[in-house]
Design a protein around this ligand. Structure first.
Ligand code: IDP
Ligand code: MG
Length: 151
């Protein structure tokens, strides 16, 4: 299976509601490796770049407002097939449609307050990791359980 890195952001509502630990814990327990992380207040400029593929959509402005309203936790996660695996753990974009057991399904109610972001493919992951992190902010290390997380 392909080892991948993906960009994940815990959105302002989840930080405000004290869900940071629970969300990170889910990724840790799955065996996904945390390689970069920071709490950040997001500028309008960064938010607009992050969501630039949606700039013509009606939800663009409100989403930029949402993401800049209070701090977020930005992360790079690494694991086997990590991009798809993380998206699966997050659940559908609309928390009302997300399966129970997923992050959005367990914690969210509204599409405009949907708890978490994860890159949707290899190109987006690359773009978002470069947008949010400098190379020196990324830690390269081996986790002690990696031998048990491969076959
Ligand atoms: P994703 O986050 O599951 O990849 P996208 O379609 O890429 O979903 O949308 C990006 C973000 O824009 C969503 O996570 C959500 O915060 C916001 N968004 C998407 N669609 C709507 C909508 O219909 N109303 C309000 N916000 C939306
Ligand atoms: Mg998306």
């Amino acid at each position: 299976m392909k080892k991948e890195r993906t960009f994940v952001m815990i959105k302002p509502d989840a930080v405000q509601r004290g869900l940071v630990g629970n969300i990170i814990s889910r990724f840790e327990r799955k065996g996904i490796k945390l390689v970069a992380m920071k709490l950040a207040s997001v500028s309008k400029e960064l938010a607009e770049k992050h969501y630039e593929i949606h700039k013509d959509k009606p939800f663009f402005e409100p989403t930029v407002e949402y993401i800049t309203s209070s701090p977020v936790v930005a992360m790079i996660l690494e694991g086997n097939n990590a991009i798809e695996m993380v998206r699966g753990m997050m659940g559908a974009t609309d928390p009302q449609k997300a399966d129970v057991g997923t992050i959005r399904g367990d914690f969210g109610q509204f599409i405009g307050r949907n708890i978490v972001h994860g890159s949707d493919g290899p190109d987006t992951a690359e773009f978002e990791m470069n947008l949010w992190f400098k190379p020196e902010e990324i830690a390269n290390y081996t986790r002690i359980d990696e031998g048990w997380l491969s076959e």
